[in-house]
Design a protein around this ligand. Structure first.
Ligand code: EPZ
Length: 431
């Protein structure tokens, strides 16, 4: 199993190109199931989760091809790919356990499959490292659109032989995935659907932009009320994946922790204002430029800041672990409260191995900043937890080895290369 070895203590200086967002690319790829024409996606990151979803979609009959390996933008070369997906014939409406259990987002195929084919049988995704993550909202919402749902032998079976019908559905709780699924399903329903208390995440707006380019009639995506006028069919389209706001925030926090001056090339400040505000409060400078976002911190220490995670536009849960990494070296005490997932503090124990002082009280972590961390072997437990250990390792004295790196490969493209390009001493050790 690969490991990452870091020798900490270097400031980060230079340019880091920001990749396309994993959490936007995945639902956009799933949207290809809604049409028999080709959906072209630009700026797709090269990540393990993307490769896995390609295989899952292939099982339903989706063909894909890659247009060139490199993408030239503003004179710089990124490794983002343009992928074409064509679901001419859906050959299988079942998504089996062995595929869905490996990646929760693959459950989302249920929406397009039932909308286009009138049926879908999708394995329950089960729990995962960060919490139980139920699917009740997907079931309630699809029922509101007229689907008959059975849960049998670990599968959710959705049927709508005569097609789905538009309806009003108020989400009892904000869910990104359930918003994606109901929005996709409603594009092909008869009549109007109004989704209230919908997720406002930029990835939802990116999916709506894609669906509209395919001929859907969606308004309000990115706000809590989304209106979808059903259409008879969707066509092909070409859409660009938005830059990854979580990758952006992660590297911004790395610079805030190590000190230095880095341009996050291609990053969009409007996608993560609340996180950038918090980073500024810690004492780093954030400068939006035409090329992206410049992050800078010199000499001065890190100020402690309290945060509470919340749905967009609040502070993202996907940056909570990284922020905790940063706070371990703040000049004082901070409180970090997690409100989205019940078990997303697995990085606490591992950060403690580097010398961090953190105590847990329910859903709140109290972090007592220390003046220095010391390198140690640590274990990655999930995607964002792993990268918090990388950040802390970059700032720690001496050598840190992060084990179980496959978690990082799910969501961070060329992490070692991007960081070593800015002066970090970081390498992957294979085997
Ligand atoms: C998306 O997950 C992201 N995944 C997650 O990123 C992210 O942490 C999360 O949104 C919140 O922002 C992708 O986009 C692929 P939710 P999702 O449904 O859609 C509860 C990462 O590291 N809930 O918004 O699965 C749920 O348990 C990942 O990239 C129900 O109760 O999250 C959670 O407490 C991890 N019933 C809350 O809602 C349901 O039917 C929000 O989850 C569905 C969800």
């Amino acid at each position: 199993m690969d490991r990452i070895r870091i020798v900490g203590g270097q400031e980060l200086t230079g340019t880091i190109p920001i990749s396309g967002a994993k959490n936007a690319a995945l639902p956009l790829m799933i949207a290809a199931l809604l049409t028999d024409e080709t959906l072209t996606l630009e700026n797709v990151p090269h990540l393990a989760d993307v490769e896995r979803l390609i295989r899952i979609l292939g099982n339903h009959g989706v063909d894909y091809s890659v247009n060139g390996k490199r993408d030239h933008q503003n004179g710089a070369t990124s490794y983002a790919r343009t992928l074409n997906f064509t679901a001419r014939d859906i050959v299988d409406t079942t998504a089996p356990y062995d595929l869905v259990s490996k990646m929760r987002a693959s459950f989302w195929v249920i929406g397009p499959l039932v909308a286009r084919m009138g049926e879908a049988k999708v394995s329950l995704p089960g729990g995962c490292a960060i919490g139980t993550r139920p699917v009740d909202l997907f079931i309630d919402g699809l029922q509101a659109l007229g689907a008959d749902i059975d849960v049998d032998n670990g599968y959710v079976i959705a049927k709508a032989r005569k097609g789905l019908r538009g309806n009003r559905y108020v989400f009892p709780k904000v869910s990104v995935g359930a918003t994606h699924v109901l929005m996709m399903a409603a594009t092909l329903a008869r009549g109007e659907t109004v989704l209230e208390n919908a997720a406002c995440e930029p990835e939802v707006a990116n999916l709506a932009e894609c669906l509209n380019a395919m001929g859907a009639k969606i308004s309000g995506a990115g706000t809590p009320t989304i209106t979808i006028e059903g259409v008879d069919g969707l066509s092909g389209a070409s859409v660009r994946v938005i830059p990854d706001r979580i990758e952006t925030g992660t590297y911004a926090m790395a610079v805030a922790m190590t000190g230095g001056d880095v341009l996050l090339e291609g990053a969009r400040p409007d996608l993560l204002e609340s996180a950038l505000d918090v980073i500024v409060q810690t004492g780093a400078e954030i400068i939006p430029t035409n090329e992206g976002i410049r992050v800078r911190r010199n000499g001065a220490g890190i100020a402690p800041v309290d945060v509470t995670t919340a749905p967009f536009p609040g502070f993202p849960t996907d940056l909570q672990a990284q922020f905790m990494g940063l706070m371990t070296m703040a000049r004082g005490k901070s409180r970090i409260t997690e409100t989205i997932f019940e078990n997303r503090f697995m990085h606490v124990q591992e950060l403690a191995r580097l010398g961090a002082h953190i105590t847990l009280s329910g859903q709140t972590a109290i972090v007592e900043g220390v003046s220095k961390l010391k390198g140690a072997p640590v274990m990655a437990t999930d995607l964002r937890a792993s990268v918090s250990l990388v950040i802390a390792g970059l700032a720690a004295e001496g050598e840190t080895t992060v084990n179980r790196v496959y978690h990082l490969d799910r969501g961070f493209e060329r992490l070692e290369e991007k960081l070593s390009g800015c002066g970090a001493v970081i390498e992957r050790i294979s085997g």
